[in-house]
Design a protein around this ligand. Structure first.
Ligand SMILES: Cc1cc2nc3c(=O)[nH]c(=O)nc-3n(C[C@H](O)[C@H](O)[C@H](O)COP(=O)(O)OP(=O)(O)OC[C@H]3O[C@@H](n4cnc5c(N)ncnc54)[C@H](O)[C@@H]3O)c2cc1C
Length: 493
């Protein structure tokens, strides 16, 4: 059944029987889950529970929706298919090293994150404001934020990472972004980042040595096809905040949100197989295995774009041309691909907490970093965590070949003797890192309400950033709460 009903209407649902627990069809020993029966499930007479909203997906968007519902006293159940919350923001501990599932940087100036998260308890560790660029001359050159590292910026004015005028242009772009409101940035006329940079007057060497690896690493898009709106938004956030990682890894962010939720409101290992609508007009979600939950108060779909399309049975970008996916990422909705390789070393050849970019035009590494320079907690005492990012999942290359290639490149950068002792820890291949964000985009966020009591959120619904995911989840939950208030008013009038 197609769940996208247009236009959405708010009508009081017919009165119904009492709420009951669902009967598990798959595992009789499982603890009963509070819900109401779907049309095909006979109502159980036991354990009446109050009606609730359902959230599908425990990534940042689902969790921020959950936090808002909870603060609005709307009971809910969050269903997450995997074995933990966090979605794309998860962290593993391997041999005492803290490994984020893909290199991720949290920008403290993200406007919604600022309001929602408690930064102090995340114990953030900042990166150097700038980057070290490995250039075609086989040497490292520093690009620095002049407002935070003036002496470094001055001494780098004539280095080969772009021209003097490029460096002045960076300052100008920084100033312009700070003077423009977020709304204006997110709704401005848009072009691909590459066009914007060329039109702005940046030289090809500045683009190739700095912007391509830097923003290409952020968007997993070294062709720089991503929208200029997102570029300007990120540029502004970088100019007004810090790049950081929590001491306990990126998963500390979703964990903080989950920590605010009532006990029992999150159910893991619960993959939603389908969504239906019951005779009362309530969405009913059915899990793999047969359990069903009625979303009497509303359903918030907080899954990846391709999964939302599967569950809603329609393309999410209705009325918009479907953009070709990059590389072989088409199966995931035009998302970019990302591969991460971690190495462990006894000492880091660079001691600063700086991101290192591959501006040489050679090799497969896009950027790398000695994570323990940024956050010592990322490694056991006396050890260094090295992380390397390659844009694209490189599916045709085995882990072993990839590691050999990267070790060869690192040896060229730092010397064979330095790299010889590094030990491979783990490789993450992430087929779906981010949705395609090339123009046309709607980064202000689309209307989360897509049907009667059905709301959608997720990074693809606004911007593929932590902030975009968080803000879209809050918006979906707000829409659900507002509809409930309207519904109450209608009932009482
Ligand atoms: C490697 C990598 C690096 C990144 N770096 C940055 C960065 O530096 N800065 C930045 O701002 N952003 C970054 N991002 C983007 C950011 O992580 C995402 O935009 C954000 O986490 C998306 O959150 P979400 O809730 O929209 O989706 P997700 O995190 O994908 O959450 C969706 C959840 O739904 C669950 N789910 C799916 N289907 C079902 C189902 N049928 N039933 C139940 N549950 C289901 C999934 O298991 C998942 O937990 C990065 C992403 C990756 C992968």
């Amino acid at each position: 059944m197609n769940l996208i009903l247009s236009p959405p209407s708010i009508t009081p649902p017919p009165s119904r029987h009492s709420i009951c627990t669902v009967r598990s069809q798959s595992s009789p020993n499982q603890t009963p889950i509070p819900t109401v029966p779907s049309p095909s499930l006979p109502p159980s007479p036991s354990a009446p529970t109050p009606p609730s909203a359902i959230i599908i997906g425990g990534g940042l968007s689902g969790l921020s929706a959950a936090v808002h519902l909870h603060s609005s006293s709307v009971p809910f159940l969050l269903l997450e298919s995997s074995d933990d919350i966090g979605g794309r923001d998860r962290t593993d501990i391997v041999d005492g090293f803290v490994l984020d599932r893909g290199f991720q940087i949290f920008i403290t100036a993200y406007p919604h994150a600022r309001r929602l998260l408690d930064y102090q308890s995340l114990s953030l560790n900042n990166f150097y404001s700038g980057a070290l660029v490995y250039c075609p001359d086989r040497r490292f050159h520093l690009v620095s934020d002049p407002l935070r590292h003036l002496p470094d910026a001055l001494s780098g004015l004539f280095n080969p990472v772009g021209t003097l005028s490029d460096k002045l242009l960076v300052g100008l772009t920084r100033l312009r972004s700070l003077l423009t409101s977020d709304d204006d940035i997110l709704t401005a006329e848009e072009v691909p980042v590459l066009d914007l940079l060329r039109r702005s007057g940046f030289s090809e060497s500045m683009i190739d040595r700095f912007f391509r690896p830097f923003f290409g690493g952020i968007f997993f898009d070294t062709d720089l096809e991503t929208t200029s709106r997102l570029f300007n938004f990120i540029f502004k956030c970088l100019a007004s905040g810090d790049n950081a990682v929590p001491s306990e890894g990126i998963a500390a962010i979703p964990r903080q949100l989950a920590g605010r939720l009532p006990a029992g409101s999150v159910r893991l290992n619960s993959r939603v197989e389908s969504i239906e609508v019951d005779p009362f007009g309530s969405p009913v979600v059915r899990l793999e295995g047969g359990d069903a939950f009625e979303a009497e108060l509303g359903l918030i779909l907080a899954v990846e774009e391709f999964e939302a399309e599967r569950l809603l049975k329609i393309p999410s970008r209705v009325g918009k041309e479907r953009r070709p996916a990059r590389g072989t990422v088409c199966v995931y909705g035009g998302a970019n691909r990302d591969t991460r390789v971690y190495f462990a070393a006894d000492r880091a050849p660079v001691s600063d907490p700086v991101l290192i970019l591959n501006g040489s035009g050679r090799g497969i590494m896009n950027n790398m970093c000695f994570m323990t320079n940024v956050a010592p907690s990322y490694g056991p005492p006396g050890k260094v965590l090295v992380s390397v990012t390659v844009v694209g999942a490189r599916e045709g290359t085995s882990d072993e070949d990839l590691t050999t290639e990267i070790v060869g490149e690192l040896s060229g950068w730092f010397g064979k003797g330095e790299v010889r002792e590094w030990r491979h820890l783990r490789t993450y291949r992430i087929g779906f890192a981010q949705p395609d964000q090339s123009p046309p985009t709607d980064l202000m966020g689309r209307d989360p309400k897509v049907g009667s009591r059905v709301y959608v959120c997720g990074d693809y619904w606004s911007s593929a950033t932590f902030d975009g995911a968080l803000v879209s989840g809050t918006r979906a939950a707000k829409a659900l709460v507002e509809d409930r208030v309207l519904l109450k008013d209608l009932k009482s009038s």
